[in-house]
Design a binder for this molecule. Structure first.
Ligand code: ADP
Ligand code: MG
Length: 690
């Protein structure tokens, strides 16, 4: 007798271990993303069919998909179809199958279970099943398989019927669930949230008893996804911060002088954020903080204070902006504030002459330059700092998660402050940036007026010009934004043609063009001219989208506004309303505007709060696109939904935090640790090393 070793299966075993799955079927399953047993356990039905209660035939509703049990009282073939009349105690109904094959085995007198769409059969005014699924019930006591339950409907593929997929799922659950689906959530957490066991959850997802059990199952699996991600991110953070030490930063005299000399009073939110940042930076562990604040809430000042504190502590800071224009502009405004305090600040972008670049690199290496402002060129090859202790990343959402970690691995371990003006919804921060602390500027500087936003048509051009003249006559300035540089693109209005039209209509105004293809020096000059008030109307592409700060600009006109996303429109609108005067945002719709575009415009007119808009955006576009993390897979949840499952996310985050505080290595929870590494190992490693 040979000893048969029981084969070991795991979630990672290929689907071919299932009876009936050969290379062909495996390929077909692959097309719906199913490669392993795990994939099949977690294959989420697209929807469900409620086939629980058969209806008496007299109650069948045309227009519904219904199920019934009835006897065949007549059946015949006609014109390649099979037609039948069925009956139960309550009445009769017609059935038509679009094939002549049925009558060969369905006979008069047989009892059938049926499931399918019901329509009106015009002539007889009798309900009719159209091409229903059916099952012959040979014995009186026979329980139908086709109905009596809630049925899953899986993502479709041409080469696999629903029945086949369901059979594979059922086999997988029957044969392998016990071995593969071991519980990993700690008991006390399961109890606290009355989470159902993993195996039950998987079973109920594929074959729910009722709505309640389905929701319990979905909640359990959503909890798993959030919880594992949160715990994983926290583990990584711990491993990371144990490896690297930061330089502690303490505010001193320069910081105090900066604050004393401010031309305005800080908002309470700014004070609180600065306080939180200073507390973080006193530590030997690198700060990892996200500063969220709507456009115009004054994030730059918070960053400036942190950099002043770094200077006080004798270390360098880097301030990274997403575009050259923005880097330029930050450089100008930062130097105004910081140079009088004796701080040496420089601008490092990709378009420097080699000799200039060399000089700057030397200054960074020998420590004579205290602050470098720049684009991602700051962290390119060949740039090294003497002692970089603080890195600030403006407009974080433009960089994506990977670049943030790239920044951290380049330098030793600076404190990192990421700032975002397109507010990332709280739910998103918690899931994607689970390892970040968050400060929020939820308050605007005093005296700001709400921007008036209106939607207009291109034919209102004269009215708009009148309004522009009015603003300019008050000494204010105007942005005119177009989606494209060149006319040829998609029939949209370009900066050049808008410029021609505007200068022809208002020759008395000082109008200029700016776009991304101009040489950096020219862009810088134009922006400086605009800041200085020497330009009345600036015709621009979205190069001014992010961060540009000219408080004297009070009107922005956005041409072909339907072309832009909500986040972008909000960013653009945020270029005005930065001073005390009333500001205006005009959204121009072109004729060929899409329905979605029109909806975005009306959303913009109705909502001014950036956080509220961001939630809208999240619903409309999905999380990955907002964070630029699509390829990253971090937000690719199978079950969890960032909008629907906020409460679960919060609970999961809290539990992960507590658990890891008590047991940082998860040595008391080997199953949990195993599951985190199995599910997220790759993603977490990627994020840590890239
Ligand atoms: P954002 O948060 O969009 O980056 P900025 O930091 O560019 O905003 O600030 C917008 C404008 O508000 C700037 O002109 C800045 O000088 C000004 N500002 C910042 N804080 C205050 C304040 N507490 N009171 C008045 N104005 C302020
Ligand atoms: Mg800013």
């Amino acid at each position: 007798m040979t000893l048969q070793k029981s084969p070991s299966f795991s979630l990672n075993s290929p689907v071919t271990v299932l009876a009936g799955v050969g290379p062909k079927k495996a390929q077909a399953l692959g097309r719906i993303g199913v490669f392993t047993l795990e994939d099949i356990f977690y294959l989420m039905p697209r929807r469900y069919e409620d086939r629980r209660t058969p209806k008496p035939l007299s109650l069948l509703q045309p227009g519904n998909v219904e199920c019934a049990v009835a006897y065949v009282s007549e059946i015949k073939e006609r014109n390649g179809r099979t037609e039948a009349i069925i009956a139960d105690n309550s009445g009769t109904a017609r059935v038509v199958w679009f094939t002549d094959k049925i009558a060969a085995f369905v006979r008069k007198g047989m009892r059938l279970a049926l499931y399918g769409p019901v329509s009106d059969y015009d002539y007889y005014i009798e309900p009719q099943f159209s091409h229903p699924e059916f099952e012959i019930l040979y014995r009186q006591s026979q329980q139908p398989k086709l109905i009596g339950k809630i049925f899953p409907v899986y993502p479709g593929t041409a080469d696999l019927t629903q029945r086949t997929i369901k059979k594979f799922v059922d086999t997988a659950i029957e044969k392998y669930a016990d071995n593969c689906l071991t519980e990993f959530i700690p008991k006390k957490i399961m109890k606290r949230y009355t989470l159902i066991p993993l195996k039950d959850a998987v079973l109920q997802i594929h074959s729910p008893d009722n709505e309640e059990t389905f929701i319990a199952a979905r909640n359990r699996l959503a909890f798993d996804e959030f919880f594992l991600l949160q715990a994983g991110v926290k583990m990584r953070r711990r491993a990371f911060s144990g490896k690297y030490k930061a330089h502690p930063i303490k505010a001193g005299e320069t910081f105090d002088r900066l604050i004393e000399n401010l031309p305005f009073k800080m908002t309470d939110a700014q004070k609180a954020a600065i306080h939180e940042i200073l507390c973080d930076m006193e530590s030997l562990y690198p700060m990892n903080r996200l500063l969220q604040g709507d456009v115009g809430s004054g994030k730059t000042l918070v960053a400036v204070s942190a950099m002043a504190a770094a200077f006080d502590s004798g270390v360098q800071s880097a301030f990274m902006a997403p575009t050259e224009i923005l880097a330029q502009q930050h450089y100008l405004s930062l130097s105004k504030l910081l140079e009088p305090l004796g701080i040496n600040i420089t601008l490092l972008t990709g378009s420097l002459k080699p000799s200039e670049r060399k000089k700057i690199l030397n200054g960074l290496a020998d420590g004579s330059i205290n602050i470098a402002v720049g684009t991602h060129a700051l962290f390119s090859e060949g740039v090294s700092f003497k002692e970089l202790a603080l890195a600030i990343v403006d407009e974080q959402h433009r960089f994506g998660v990977l670049q943030r970690s790239g920044l951290t691995s380049k330098a030793e371990a600076p404190h990192v402050l990421a700032m975002t003006a397109t507010p990332i919804p709280r739910t998103m921060v918690m899931s994607v940036y689970g390892d970040l602390e968050v400060s929020v500027l939820n308050e605007m500087p005093k005296g700001r007026k709400k921007i008036k936003t209106v939607a207009m048509k291109a034919k209102n051009f004269n009215d708009i010009c009148r309004k522009i003249r009015e603003e300019v006559s008050k000494g204010h300035q105007v942005y005119w934004v177009c989606p494209v540089i060149d006319e040829s693109e998609r029939g949209l209005v370009s900066v050049t043609s808008a410029y021609d039209v505007l200068t022809a209509a208002m020759p008395e105004l000082r109008t200029a063009i700016i776009h991304g293809q101009l040489p950096i020096d020219e862009k810088a000059n134009i922006m400086q001219d605009f800041s200085a008030g020497n330009i009345d109307v600036l015709v621009s592409t979205v190069v001014i989208e992010v961060g540009v700060d000219v408080p004297n600009a009070t009107m922005i006109v956005i041409q072909d506004a339907g072309q832009f996303g909500l986040a972008q429109l909000h960013q653009l609108r945020g270029r005005v309303g930065r001073g005390k005067a009333q500001s205006y945002c005009v959204l121009l719709a072109n004729d060929g505007i899409t329905e979605a575009g029109a909806e975005r415009i009306s959303t913009m007119v109705n909502i001014s709060d950036g956080f509220e808009l961001a939630e809208h955006d999240l619903i409309q576009r999905g999380p990955g696109e907002i964070c630029g993390t699509h390829q990253h897979g971090v937000t690719d949840f199978r079950v969890a939904d960032l909008v629907r499952d906020v409460k679960i996310l919060e609970a999961a985050r809290k539990e992960a935090q507590t658990l890891l505080n008590d047991d940082p290595d998860l040595s008391g929870e080997p199953e949990l640790k195993g599951e985190i590494l199995r599910r997220l190992g790759e993603v977490l490693e990627l994020a840590a090393t890239s």
